[in-house]
Design a binder for this molecule. Structure first.
Ligand code: FES
Ligand code: FES
Length: 161
């Protein structure tokens, strides 16, 4: 059966947006191929690696597993909404200073998982962090620097409260 065409209204990185795509389009394909935002990465494509993580209505989700049609009326945040090269988001700064980045392929997904975590729980324990990034695989860092970076980001955001 041929996929039908769908049009949705949603909020993308704080701005009202609309998009048109076929009904079999995933959020990942919408973001990368239709909206041309290439910061969200495709790793496994089947929900195993977390490279494609974005935030939908405050929750971190694997964008490769969600249909774009499900975004209608909802708010999606991608890495492009987090910070800019000139003005990094505090979580990005913490990863840079904490050496939480090596090849960087997993990084955008980790940053989005971290943002969702800290918005819900500004003072996470190590166990909370492990749960929040449990779906984000990193083949480079060994995770030590990632945990340290997230703890630094949390300390920084709670010191501003
Ligand atoms: S690309 Fe979505 S979880 Fe791996
Ligand atoms: S920094 Fe290379 S996969 Fe995580």
């Amino acid at each position: 059966m041929e996929a039908s065409c769908i049009r949705i209204q949603f909020v993308l990185n704080g701005r009202p947006s609309s998009a048109e795509f076929t009904s079999d389009t995933t959020v990942l394909r919408l973001i990368r191929d239709v909206l041309k935002l290439k910061g969200t990465k495709e790793g496994c494509g089947v929900g195993e690696c977390g490279a494609c993580t974005v935030i939908v209505d405050g929750k971190a989700v694997n964008s490769c597993l969600m249909l774009a049609a499900q975004l209608d009326g909802r708010a999606v945040e991608t890495i492009e909404g987090l910070g800019t090269p000139e003005a990094l988001h505090p979580i990005q700064e913490a990863f840079v200073h904490g050496h939480g980045v090596q090849c960087g392929f997993c990084t955008t997904g980790l940053l989005m998982s971290t943002k969702a975590l800290l918005e819900e729980n500004p003072s996470p324990t190590r166990a909370d962090i492990a749960t929040a990034i449990g779906g984000n695989l990193c083949r480079c860092t060994g995770y030590h620097h990632i945990f340290a970076s997230i703890e630094a980001a949390a300390a920084r955001s709670s010191s501003k409260d």
